[in-house]
Ligand binder design. Structure first.
Ligand SMILES: [Zn+2]
Length: 132
């Protein structure tokens, strides 16, 4: 990030980032406590096999991962500029937001992504090229 932000902006972002990290930590603790209570209710009074603890916990982790990926990718797509230069011919192309299902390592996610089609060179390119 060197040189991208002023010292003042940097400090403000650090403060915001610290607050958000604390909030996330607190929310994750709450989520873990609620998920654990839910497991307790669903499993009843007997001693569960460890798989019965681990598998739903892992599934919930993957669900959280999909939610983060979907939110973040959509956020980036919406913030994209409405015009961009074609990588082939450098002419300006209109950027549109398109919705689709993408495969993540934690399962399918619904995302919005920005896509541009060049009318001149027929090139189709994604502004957010990290998506599969
Ligand atoms: Zn082009």
């Amino acid at each position: 990030m060197g040189g991208r932000f002023s010292v003042l902006e940097g400090n403000r972002m650090d403060a915001k980032s610290t607050l958000l990290k604390e909030r996330l930590e607190s929310l994750l603790k709450q989520a873990a406590a609620v998920a654990s209570q839910l497991q307790g209710i669903e499993q009843g009074s007997g001693t569960p096999h460890y798989d019965e603890i681990e598998l739903p916990a892992h599934e919930l982790g993957q669900r959280l991962s999909r939610m983060i990926q979907s939110d973040r990718a959509t956020e980036i797509a919406i913030a994209e500029k409405t015009q961009t230069a074609c990588p082939d011919c450098s002419r300006p192309c209109r950027v549109e937001v398109q919705h689709r299902t993408a495969n993540s390592m934690d399962g399918p996610i619904e995302i919005a992504e920005s896509i541009a089609k060049c009318r001149h060179s027929q090139a189709v390119f994604f502004s957010l090229s990290v998506l599969r």
